[in-house]
Write a new protein. Structure first.
Ligand code: HEM
Length: 228
C-alpha cells in the first residue's frame, strides 16, 4: 500500500511536470495529454494516472509469468520443445510463437476472467447452456475450458502448432481484451527465443527445476540448464 501511494504521487508529479514543461517527444504520456486536450473521456489527469498504473501492473508481472508458464509446459513436451528449439535456431519467429501460444492454451496465465453482475441477467439466452445470473453474483468465465471446446476447436486435446491466432483467448475476450495482446505477441517469443536456442534445455533437477511462486501469484524462481 505504501508503494502504491508512492507510485501515485510519483505519477502525479510526472504528469504535472510535463504539463508545465511540454515536450513533443512521442511518448505514451504525450499521446495521453493530446487525448486530454481533445476532451477525450477518461483522459483527465486522474484517468491518465490510472491508465499508466494499469499499464505498469498489466505488463511486467504478466509477461514474466506467461513466459515461465509457457516454458514449464514446453519442458513437459519433448516433441514440442524440439520443434521450438529448431525454429528458434533458424529464426522462425512464427513457429516459436505458435508453440508458445499452444503451451499457454494448456497452461494459461489466466484460466478465467471474472465479473460481478450489476443486474439480474441471462447468459447465452435460448441455448442449451443458458444460465440465469442474479444481481451481485460473482461470475467466473472459464477461458481455459473454452479453449478446449470441441465444438469450436479442432481436436482440442492435441498439441498443435498450426492453430490460428483466433483460437486463443489467453488475453481475455470481448470488450476488455488485453490491450497488451499485440505487445505480448512480439515480446514473449523474443524473451524465450534465446533460451530455446540452447542445446539440451532442461529443468534443473529437484525442486529448483519447478516454478517457485513463494506463496505469491507470480513465479519467483525457475531454474533451467543447457549444454554449452
Ligand atoms: C502475458 C501477458 C499478459 C496476459 C496473460 C494478460 C492477460 C489479460 C487478460 C486475460 C485480460 C482481460 C481481463 C478481463 O477481461 O477481466 C487483460 C486485460 C488487460 N491487460 Fe493484459 N495481459 C498481459 C499483458 C499485458 C500488457 C503487456 C499490458 C500493457 C501494456 C496489459 C494491459 C492490460 C490492460 C490495461 C487490460 C484491461 C483492458 C480493459 O479492461 O479493457 N496486459 N490482460
Amino acid at each position: 500500500m505504501r508503494y502504491a501511494a508512492e507510485m501515485r504521487s510519483y505519477l502525479d508529479k510526472v504528469i504535472a511536470d510535463l504539463k508545465a514543461n511540454p515536450s513533443t517527444d512521442p511518448t505514451i504520456l504525450n499521446r495521453m495529454l493530446e487525448l486530454q486536450s481533445a476532451d477525450t473521456p477518461g483522459m483527465d489527469d486522474l484517468g491518465i494516472r490510472n491508465n499508466i498504473l494499469g499499464l505498469l501492473i498489466g505488463a511486467i508481472p504478466t509477461i514474466s509469468k506467461a513466459s515461465c508458464f509457457a516454458l514449464d509446459e514446453l519442458l513437459n513436451r519433448p516433441d514440442a520443445l524440439k520443434v521450438a528449439h529448431e525454429a528458434a535456431l533458424r529464426g522462425d519467429h512464427q513457429v516459436v510463437a505458435n508453440t508458445i501460444w499452444e503451451c499457454l492454451r494448456f497452461n494459461p496465465h489466466n484460466p478465467v476472467v471474472y465479473r460481478r453482475a450489476t443486474r439480474d441477467t441471462v447468459v447465452a439466452q435460448s441455448t442449451l447452456r443458458q444460465v440465469k445470473i442474479k444481481e451481485g453474483t460473482m461470475v467466473f468465465a472459464a477461458t481455459f475450458s473454452a479453449m478446449f471446446d470441441s465444438l469450436v476447436i479442432d481436436k482440442p486435446n492435441e498439441f498443435r502448432t498450426d492453430r490460428s491466432w483466433e483460437t486463443y483467448i489467453i488475453w481475455g475476450y470481448g470488450m476488455h481484451t488485453c490491450i497488451g495482446a499485440q505487445i505480448n505477441m512480439a515480446v514473449i517469443p523474443a524473451i524465450l527465443t534465446p533460451l530455446l536456442k540452447q542445446k539440451n534445455l532442461r529443468r534443473t533437477k529437484g525442486a529448483a527445476g519447478q516454478i517457485d511462486s513463494n506463496g505469491t501469484p507470480h513465479p519467483e524462481h525457475f531454474h533451467v540448464e543447457f549444454d554449452t
